[in-house]
Design a protein around this ligand. Sequence first.
Ligand code: NAD
Length: 177
Amino acid sequence: MAALRSTKGLVALVTGGASGLGKGTAEVLAKAGARVAILDLPQSKGAEVAKEIGAIFTPASVTNEDEIKAAFAKVQSEYGRLDALVNCAGIAYAFKLYSVQKKKHVDFEKIRQTMDVNVLGTFNVIRHGVALMGEHEKDANGQRGVVINTASVAAFDGQTGQSAYSASKGAIVGSWT
Ligand SMILES: NC(=O)c1ccc[n+]([C@@H]2O[C@H](COP(=O)([O-])OP(=O)(O)OC[C@H]3O[C@@H](n4cnc5c(N)ncnc54)[C@H](O)[C@@H]3O)[C@@H](O)[C@H]2O)c1
């Protein structure tokens, strides 16, 4: 918890914040005194979770340019700045690209969606998030904010049925350099 003391008063946006890892991250940040925005799909439990932890809910799909713009505009109008962006939104479909037994290809849309949400969605959110961070002065360490992305061990060691998911997480690992 020592490191989290420095989050008091900071503004953090967590994508995928309505469930799982994102929800846990949003809760910890709120408890540590951060002002939190939960970004998740409109049909998610984002509003409920936000109410519980005293955050705001910014409903949006990470893949939708206009919705992401509107989400950051809400963060700007409610909190006036952004210090931390945590990307947890992600999807994981298990499928083989082709079943020899069934003589059937997987629906191409499932591959597209995996890349769309996990890779393009992450980049879409980052490019708007850093624009907001760029509006404030650098801190004593020369930083304007922090972006944290979520990959997976599957990026290095995927299981059968995870080829598209593993590739999408490999893209996230590659983007950290
Ligand atoms: N659960 C695991 O074992 C595990 C392991 C390694 C990595 N991860 C990664 O951690 C992250 C969180 O996983 P989780 O297990 O908490 O998943 P989860 O399904 O509990 O939560 C993911 C959240 O992302 C949201 N989401 C999905 N598509 C979205 C979109 N287009 N726009 C906005 N929000 C969207 C969902 O509504 C959901 O609330 C994912 O990136 C996942 O790939 C999970």
